[in-house]
Design a protein around this ligand. Structure first.
Ligand code: ATP
Ligand code: MG
Length: 209
């Protein structure tokens, strides 16, 4: 009716946070599946800045992770990439990501997408009580991890096609000269090779001059 035509439903914005070091088909399938089931208008991928829970390890510079995420999502009109976390100084906390996105899109309903492993850690996240008020959380299945019911109405659990892929395994494969074709998008395979990512320095190849 007319009343509904005047007030369309709020914009439904999915948020997929991650280190994306590198982005792989597990991330993309999860985002695509949640977008379909929850009728999302858009999913924004948000590469972390300096990841607070990974600071002990080496993490690839944010610009590389950002560009791989752009390459991987470029062909999907509903997928976008945000720089909010990589442009914010200091370690990344999901609460800041959601506050920034809420500020940029006050009209939108936020759906934060997280895999089973990250879901299990959620209670240890900073300002967890405010997290629930900023977004609806969607936990997706991930091979090798138990998807825990958080006992909350505003947390949904969704089974997605099983992709036994992790960025850690992709990095180890590249370091061991094993293929990552079909685990990550073609453009990401090529980006990794072009920039010698994940390859020990002594094995790096130089382009012919
Ligand atoms: P790393 O091994 O470096 O931790 P990762 O593969 O876990 O990398 P992240 O960038 O840490 O990737 O994950 C970002 C988000 O995507 C997290 O919520 C994570 O649970 C989810 N995720 C990652 N891989 C999968 C997968 N294969 N299936 C479902 N969800 C996934
Ligand atoms: Mg991870």
């Amino acid at each position: 009716d007319q009343e509904q035509a005047k007030s369309p439903r709020p914009y439904r914005l999915g948020v997929m946070g991650g280190t994306f070091d590198p982005i792989h088909h597990g991330h993309l399938v999860a985002a695509s599946e949640v977008a379909s089931v929850f009728d999302l208008d858009e999913v924004v991928f948000v590469p972390t800045g300096e990841p607070w829970h990974k600071s002990a390890q080496e993490v690839t510079p944010a610009e590389h992770r950002y560009l791989m995420t752009v390459i991987a999502t470029a062909s999907n009109p509903r997928f976008k990439v945000s720089r909010v976390d990589i442009d914010r100084p200091g370690p990344t906390y999901t609460i800041d990501t959601l506050r920034d996105l809420r500020h940029a899109r006050p009209d939108a309903e936020l759906f934060f997408i997280t895999g089973a492993d990250a879901m299990a850690q959620i209670l240890s996240w900073k300002d967890v009580q405010e997290l629930w008020s900023l977004a609806h959380f969607v936990g997706v299945t991930r091979p090798g991890h138990e998807l825990q019911n958080m006992g909350r109405d505003d947390v949904s659990l969704l089974e997605v096609p099983a992709m036994a892929i992790s960025s850690t395994d992709c990095r180890a494969r590249v370091a061991a000269s094993e293929p990552v074709w079909y685990l990550v998008p073609d453009g990401v395979v090529q980006y990794i090779a072009k920039h010698n990512l994940y390859t020990p320095v002594q094995q790096q190849t130089r382009p012919a001059t």
